[in-house]
Design a protein around this ligand. Structure first.
Ligand SMILES: Cc1cc2nc3c(=O)[nH]c(=O)nc-3n(C[C@H](O)[C@H](O)[C@H](O)COP(=O)(O)OP(=O)(O)OC[C@H]3O[C@@H](n4cnc5c(N)ncnc54)[C@H](O)[C@@H]3O)c2cc1C
Length: 305
């Protein structure tokens, strides 16, 4: 399965594989993870999720943009999404990848664009989460986050990945800054010189980070589908009298739906990360690579056809 996973990570970068997955054969599997290709569909899906007691974070898919005009277009699209969220009364915020709005062009380009998006969110009392990408971008993403957070402390938050050895230090820095952190295990293929290679070690680090953030951070987001981690967070918060209003759970669209509903019914804040847009291929292949069962499901449905 490790071999299959590596193949999926490689496929995320392949043009030919992208063309194949854009065909009709794999549509049902894609639709499980991606809410639609246009703003209208995602707003309607967001309203349905709100109606069933869940908050949302809308993620316009796209990454590694190398053209200034394209980065500007995505920036404008995000500002439009913020307007739609306000106009349509959606309970939700947005998640943004810096490589979608210019990080591969220059730091200045990404800073200028994220500043525009976060200013727009700040003006309407909304919030922008800066997603964390592969390790080639960690340091630059954090540097840009620090700059924007100084100007808009209430309107922007960051993601930290427990699989990186450096993250204990980053957790402490974000606590010190009272910055809002989404803690995740990490979704990219990283070398063992910088990241824990074994799942067991990643899980141990994740437990440590969840507890530390619950104890000391400003409204942390525990982003996982792992039932054991969700239970750990609930138990730790209950044992230390940390009210449910001081943190939230976040889960991905289409994964662990019953767990999402159960948590919401128990009174926890649950935010669903809802990806949409035409550039869904790299996101989709990361979701496949994460779980052997997804790849088997894909293989079975192709053989059946
Ligand atoms: C809201 C949210 C935002 C995220 N943002 C980022 C980010 O900015 N940067 C980043 O690097 N990573 C991000 N991630 C991804 C994260 O790093 C993990 O790769 C992903 O969440 C899987 O880890 P897990 O904590 O669910 O635990 P795992 O141990 O991987 O999974 C636990 C269980 O969850 C279920 N599950 C997990 N993944 C899948 C899947 N793809 N399909 C079906 N079932 C699955 C399975 O039942 C599995 O046994 C985000 C995750 C979430 C939930």
């Amino acid at each position: 399965m490790a071999v299959l996973s590596s193949v999926m990570y490689k496929m995320a970068e392949s043009e030919r594989a992208s063309r194949f997955f854009h065909g009709s054969l794999t549509r049902p599997l894609v639709q499980r993870f991606v809410a639609g290709e246009d703003v209208g569909s995602v707003i309607s899906e967001a309203k349905d999720l709100n109606a069933s007691g869940m908050e949302v974070s809308l993620d316009l898919l796209g990454e590694n943009v190398r053209d200034v005009m394209q980065a500007t277009a995505y920036t404008d699209a995000y500002i439009d999404i913020l307007k739609r969220i306000e106009q349509d009364g959606v309970r939700g915020n947005i998640s943004v990848k810096l490589t979608m709005i210019g990080l591969d062009i220059s730091d200045a380009c990404a800073v200028g664009n994220i500043e525009k998006i976060v200013s727009a969110a700040d003006e309407c009392g909304n919030f922008v989460r800066i997603d964390m990408e592969g390790s080639a971008y960690t340091e630059r993403t954090l540097a840009i986050f620090r700059e924007i957070h100084c100007r808009h402390p209430q309107a922007v938050g960051i993601v930290l990945q427990s699989y990186l050895y450096r993250t204990d230090g980053d957790v402490e820095e974000m606590i010190e800054r009272q910055a809002r952190v989404r803690i995740v295990k990490g979704a990219y293929k990283e070398p063992d010189t910088i990241a824990y290679p074994r799942k067991q070690e990643v899980d141990t680090a994740y437990r440590r980070h969840v507890k530390r953030l619950l104890d000391a951070a400003n409204y942390p987001a525990i982003a996982t589908q792992d039932l054991e981690m969700v239970q750990l967070a609930k138990n730790h918060a209950a044992r230390h009298d940390i009210d449910t209003s001081r943190y939230e759970f976040q889960m991905m669209y289409g994964i662990g739906r019953s767990l999402q509903s159960e948590l919401a019914a128990e009174g926890y804040t649950v935010r669903i990360y809802v990806p949409f847009g035409e550039e869904w291929f790299p996101y989709f292949t990361r979701r496949l690579a994460e779980r052997p069962a997804n790849m088997l499901f894909l293989a079975r449905s192709l053989v059946k056809r």
